[in-house]
Ligand binder design. Structure first.
Ligand SMILES: C[S@@+](CC[C@H](N)C(=O)[O-])C[C@H]1O[C@@H](n2cnc3c(N)ncnc32)[C@H](O)[C@@H]1O
Length: 397
């Protein structure tokens, strides 16, 4: 059986089981368990931008203007409440906005600066030179954290604070050649650490190789896209003519699957005009980078690393992530995520406990605020990208 058939079968299996149909973590687990046996280089040669294409197009990030405006900075500093001499793990260093603010406002604090993206890692190394002895740059994913941390002699239960600012950075979004952007044309890549894992499938590999049902599954699970089947069908038709290798090409294929009036009528949750392919791009990005499994691995690592009384701040940007964090902090067994539709389950729970914030923590966590924290109006005006951010803060028991 070919690798492609094997993956498609895995995702079709998800479809054939009503209990699993919309389970976002399951889709990736199935993909991952099968993809180990794939020859992705061969796929990319025929469909994706290709490793060599990508490295040629890679350009250095300018450090003159801030590469990423940190979200809810004031609130993060407040809830981390760092004291002189403490150690904080910034698990999502990105452009270093949060880390820099920590270094400047919290004297004698040491920052462990992790990111999976080698570009962010080189910025962390730069910052380490500017603050000798106070920044330890770490390259890797949440799920790989053990190795870089043991290299700097960090033991479980020894960290005072952990920050997770999930998702991708403006630095990644704004560089057309990274392939995340809907508005700037580039190779359809979307891998946060493709430069480290050249065999990792990129977004072009996904859209050009999976069957229609598997694509629809991904768009439903990770984009909560109501028109997933229609979009998947348009993708499959378009790629028969030409492989889809560019971001603008995918955006037009998605837009072309809707009548013109519908394609321009979509709005986001704040009623601002939104491109009809926004959810498709989100879904592919989450899938390609295994973002939900990674987030769960990150939260589990934080639980292991924080000392009793240590503080955790997690910023998320869409409901799939926020639901995961909320339930993790309540101490729920998230291995059960495989057994229900996230959307239905969350509705059921919210009906049961009012605003869904009411049952206040678990044996492991004490919430620092009962309600989820959202950015202030002024912050949103200054940094519209942070408009959907949600912060949850908790104390390690
Ligand atoms: C929203 S940005 C963080 C921005 C940062 N707080 C700042 O102020 O500049 C998220 C960053 O997390 C990184 N990231 C996402 N998932 C990750 C993972 N599983 N492991 C490590 N880094 C990750 C991304 O590469 C990206 O640079």
């Amino acid at each position: 059986m070919s690798w492609c058939a094997t993956i498609n079968e895995g995702i079709m299996f998800v479809h054939s089981k009503p209990m699993l149909r919309k389970s976002s973590l399951t889709v990736w687990r199935l993909w991952r368990s099968w993809k180990l046996s794939l020859n992705w280089s061969a796929v990319r040669a025929s469909s994706g931008p290709g490793a060599s294409d990508r490295s040629e197009e890679m350009s250095p990030v300018s450090t003159e203007k801030p590469p990423h405006i940190p979200v809810m900075l004031k609130e993060v500093l407040h809830y981390l409440d760092l004291q002189p001499g403490q150690v904080v793990l910034d698990m999502t260093f990105g452009g270093g906005g949060h880390s820099k603010a920590i270094l400047n406002t919290a004297p004698e604090v040491t920052v462990l600066a992790l990111d999976r993206d080698p570009t962010a890692y080189s910025l962390a190394r730069q910052l380490a030179k500017e603050h000798p002895g106070r920044v330890k740059p770490l390259l890797g994913r949440f799920s790989e954290l053990e190795v870089p941390l043991s290299n700097v002699n960090i033991q479980p239960g020894s960290i005072d604070a952990v920050l997770v600012d999930a998702g991708c950075s403006s630095m990644q979004m704004d560089q057309a050649e990274r392939g995340f952007s809907l508005s700037r044309d580039g190779p359809l890549d979307m891998r946060m650490d493709g430069a480290r894992y050249l065999d990792m499938p990129c977004a072009a590999d996904v859209v050009n190789t999976l069957d229609q049902q598997a694509l629809a599954s991904i768009l439903t699970a990770y984009g909560e896209e109501r028109c997933a089947r229609k979009i998947a069908s348009a993708i499959v038709k378009a790629r028969r003519v030409n492989p889809i290798t560019r971001t603008q090409q995918l955006a037009s294929v998605v837009a072309g699957s809707f009548p013109a009036a519908v394609a321009t009528a979509r709005t986001d949750r704040l009623h601002r005009p939104a491109h009809v392919a926004t959810k498709t791009f989100q879904a592919l990005r989450i899938f390609v980078n295994d973002e939900l499994n990674e987030l769960l691995a990150g939260l589990r690592a934080a639980r292991t690393l924080l000392r009793p009384g240590g503080r955790l701040c997690v910023i998320t940007f869409h409901s799939l992530e926020d639901r995961l964090v909320k339930r993790f902090l309540k101490g729920e067994d998230l291995s059960k995520l495989d057994h229900f539709s996230p959307r239905k389950e969350s509705k059921r729970r919210e009906e049961k406990v009012g605003d869904g914030e009411g049952d206040g923590g678990s044996a492991d966590w004490l919430p620092l605020r009962r309600k989820v924290i959202t950015p202030e109006k002024d912050d949103v005006n200054e940094n519209p990208r942070g408009r959907s951010a949600k912060l949850r803060a908790a104390l390690r028991c």
